[in-house]
Design a protein around this ligand. Structure first.
Ligand code: TRP
Length: 355
């Protein structure tokens, strides 16, 4: 039996951080033997925020090196760059004919990104959409919400559907896009009376979701939060970041509950350290003898033990352009093979036929 197809993409907008590593990369490495895995770098999606052309290419390269350094094996998984598969761009045009601008405008991610593009702050609870829509349509300044931002979910749906992927590991913030993908697949199937696209679902890794908090005391680690530890941070930078992490004034009475910033440091320690080290600091917290400076020092070293080998490999890989070129070429060939097949079918189904 052929293996189930797993697909996941990451936008090329900066280095990968510990959250990406524990939340995605490490899991991808574990499943690459058992599934037909296709991991790609979504550089076309990155274009929606109009990056500097030089940054775009450098970021694609960095992420590619980080994927490989983290253990994704190009002979097991298909690793490719989205823009190397022109079939995606063509199918994006075709699928857009079945996507409503209303449903796109109602997606949470679009609203967030559109607000950001227009420089308006988040609305209060219960604010009506009407004023917001007026701002988008009526915006006459040099600030604009580009159509690529609006159709971001179409492009993502095409990434998935063109590979006929059924399992798509994504973060919580992407579940709505996955839901739209299923809706578009059903709509296409029913409009043309075909049973063509399978419906993709989130990949269930089992167990509780991994929690990777940031260093700023609240919330998860995220690029836009500025609270990240990057896989390629050099030791000096990394130690400094950890030593500056937000804490509190320390436990005042034995067995007192932990504040969020301190609990977050323990979450990071649990990911990177050994159980006895974690126990040592938990006990010290419980009997009020803990010194956060010691905890942070330990945490920094344990994180470095995880990231240093990766960082070293990233640097080796980045220095080897021939290798990178080979990986990308091999990945593009594999990805294009299935994409071309799907696109040919879709053209046929929609009535685009050759003379
Ligand atoms: N939108 C995703 C994100 O920002 C990245 C992405 C693009 C993706 N295409 C995809 C993820 C297809 C999974 C499948 O995280």
């Amino acid at each position: 039996m052929s293996k189930e197809i797993v697909l996941s993409g990451i936008r090329s907008t900066g280095n990968l951080h510990l959250g990406n590593y524990y939340g995605a990369l490490r899991k991808f490495v574990k499943i690459q033997d058992d599934y037909d895995c296709r991991f790609f770098i979504a550089d076309l999606h990155a274009l929606t925020t109009n990056p500097d052309p030089n940054d775009l290419h450098a970021n694609v390269k960095k992420i590619l090196a980080e994927y490989l350094a983290a253990g994704i094996d190009p002979d097991k998984a298909t690793i490719f760059i989205q823009s190397d598969v022109p079939e995606i761009a063509e199918m994006y045009l075709l699928l857009n004919m079945h996507v409503g601008i209303g449903e796109l405008m109602r997606t949470t991610s679009f609203k967030d990104k559109a607000r950001k593009a227009l420089g308006i702050s988040a609305p209060a609870e219960g604010d009506d959409d009407e004023a917001f829509e007026k701002q988008i349509i009526g915006s006459e300044t040099n600030k604009r919400v580009n159509a690529g931002l609006l159709t971001y979910p179409t492009l993502m749906a095409v990434d998935i559907l063109i590979q006929k992927a059924t399992k798509v590991p994504v973060g919580k913030d992407q579940l709505q896009h996955l839901e739209l993908t299923r809706r578009f697949a059903r709509r296409f199937n029913s409009f043309y009376g075909v049973d063509y696209f399978p419906e993709p679902y989130d990949f269930d890794f089992g167990g509780a979701p991994v929690k990777v908090p940031g260093l700023d005391g609240s919330g998860k680690m995220g690029k836009s939060e500025g609270n990240c530890i990057y896989l390629v941070d050099d030791p000096k930078v990394l130690r400094k970041k950890v030593m500056r992490a937000v804490t509190d004034e320390g436990p005042q009475t034995p067995n007192s509950p932990m504040s969020e910033p301190v609990a977050n440091l323990f979450s990071l320690l649990e990911l990177t350290s050994t159980p006895d080290v974690v126990k040592h600091f938990r006990d010290a917290y419980a009997d009020c003898s803990i010194r956060y400076g010691d905890l942070k020092k330990q945490l920094a070293e344990d994180i470095l033990a995880v990231t240093t080998p990766i960082r070293d490999r990233v640097n080796d890989i980045l220095a080897d352009d021939d290798y990178l070129r080979r990986v990308v070429k091999q990945g593009a060939e594999k990805a294009r093979e299935s994409a071309a097949r799907t696109l040919a079918d879709v053209r046929e189904i929609m009535g685009i036929r050759k003379f």
